[in-house]
Ligand binder design. Structure first.
Ligand code: PMP
Length: 432
């Protein structure tokens, strides 16, 4: 009998007892190859000696100091590290404890910015279907899975959802990728105008869509067109890189590959690599300056903001990634990984699409390849894949998203950056 409130109330998962490198071991002595880094979290794998040493050193020095009294050396160092490599114009980092907290903080920062600059009529967010931004109420409101929002719909902040960038399902045969991107940007513009051009706070999007739709890579030019639409109406662009950021797609920030700079950007997961719960909002100077000249106070906060242990872990993870050139490794090995997946799974009758970048790959499973028909949700294909993979000692991250109101099945692969080519080959083989 378990007293832990597990997500699936009628099932208790295996008990994890130890982890090392690419592997997690359970209480029965079974070893699992971690092909998903949890949920795109463990960027350096498990039990990395330098991260552990940095955490030990930090706890010996300072374990906790509330941010209403103090900043800490390690929080300042982490912010310097993040701003040193941030997109142009970013000047400040708001350090929180995870992805949902980062998104929630970004939404409130965006709203407060408009209140401070005398545009309090901006009350609406626009986001995308097939997206995930977290489970707290604000993050849930902008998230694009209607079934997740449904029970809470009456108590959510106002948000409209437009089409995601999902070429496999939504690009027409008679349009180029570029035309498709422009069509999506026009849809965003129409959604802004439908709310009233001066009523929208921000457009919120994952730069590369994550778990909910099995990795959605944007078509070239899409985000540039989105940025132009946002600028035309003074709408902020919030990019959620909680899952796709911090090196995962082969550039430190996924938006670098799109040639756009967001107003606010959220990161988490790979930031601390799983060693501590940590997330951050990176903010443009003009937003922080407007708030600083205005009330001078962000009306938000959490007890564990800038937690020294979390900052020490994140700082060590990011320093190792930079020193060891792991982002370039992910970019290069990611191309090879894509080829391995195509070779092992490309001809499978139920694999509809394989897409991704770096160490961030999605495999879309379909009942019929020709018609792209998803499996009947009652079959719970994603749950079967997860169970079957675990029985073969493989941790991947299958998910049932919504396709045209039905469940579609995807498998997400997000191995640690330390994975060797042999590890990647093993992942492709076990999954196949
Ligand atoms: N945004 C994105 C893009 C995510 O993938 C997630 C988590 N899957 C979140 C936000 C929420 O992060 P957390 O689970 O740490 O609250």
């Amino acid at each position: 009998m378990t007293h832990v409130f597990h997500r699936h109330l009628r099932q208790t998962p295996p008990v994890a007892v130890s982890s090392h490198g690419m592997f997690i071991r359970d209480a029965e002595g079974r070893e699992y190859l971690d092909a998903s880094g949890g949920a795109a979290v463990s960027s350096l794998g498990h039990a990395h000696p330098e991260v552990m040493a940095a955490m030990h050193a930090q706890i010996d020095k300072l374990a906790y100091a509330h941010t209403s009294f103090f900043t800490s050396e390690v929080a300042e160092q982490l912010a310097d590290e993040l701003i040193g490599s941030a997109p142009e114009g970013m000047s400040h980092v708001y350090l929180v404890s995870g992805g949902s907290e980062a998104v929630e903080s970004a939404l409130k920062m965006a709203r407060q910015y408009f209140v401070e600059i005398g545009q309090p009529q901006r009350t609406h967010f626009i986001a995308r279907r097939q997206s995930y931004h977290g489970n707290t109420l604000g993050a849930l409101a902008v998230g694009g899975n209607a079934w997740r929002r449904e029970p809470f719909a009456p108590i959510l902040v106002p948000a409209t959802h437009v089409s995601p960038c999902y070429p496999y399902r939504e690009q027409r045969v008679d349009e180029s990728a570029e035309q498709y991107g422009l069509r999506l940007a026009a849809e965003l513009e129409a959604a802004i105008l439908a709310q009233g051009a001066d009523r929208v706070i921000a457009f919120v999007a994952e730069t590369v869509g994550g778990a909910t739709a099995g990795v959605l890579t944007p078509v070239p030019g899409y985000f540039k067109a989105v940025r132009a639409v946002c600028d035309k109406y003074g709408v902020l662009l919030i990019l959620d890189e909680v899952m796709c950021g911090m090196g995962r797609t082969g550039s430190l920030h996924a938006c670098e590959q799109e040639g756009v700079v967001p107003d606010l950007m959220t990161v988490a997961k790979g930031l601390g690599g799983g060693y501590q719960p940590v997330g951050a909002v990176l903010a443009q100077r003009r937003i922080v300056e407007a708030m600083s000249k205005g009330s001078g106070f962000f009306q938000h906060g959490h007890t564990y903001l800038g937690h020294p242990m979390a900052c020490a872990a994140a700082l060590a993870v990011q320093q190792v990634i930079r020193r060891d050139g792991l982002v370039a490794k992910v970019r290069e090995d990611g191309i090879a990984f894509g080829a391995m997946l195509a070779e092992a799974l490309g001809a499978h009758p139920h694999v509809g699409d394989i897409r991704g970048r770096g160490f961030f790959w999605g495999i879309e499973l379909v009942a019929d390849r020709a018609s792209k028909t998803p499996f009947d949700p009652a079959l719970k294909v994603n749950a079967t894949v997860k169970k079957d993979a675990m029985s073969r000692g493989l941790l991947c991250y299958p998910f049932g998203g919504t396709v045209d109101g039905r469940q579609g099945d995807h498998v997400l692969l997000a191995p640690p950056f330390i994975a060797t080519r042999q590890d990647l080959q093993e992942i492709a083989a076990r999954l196949a």
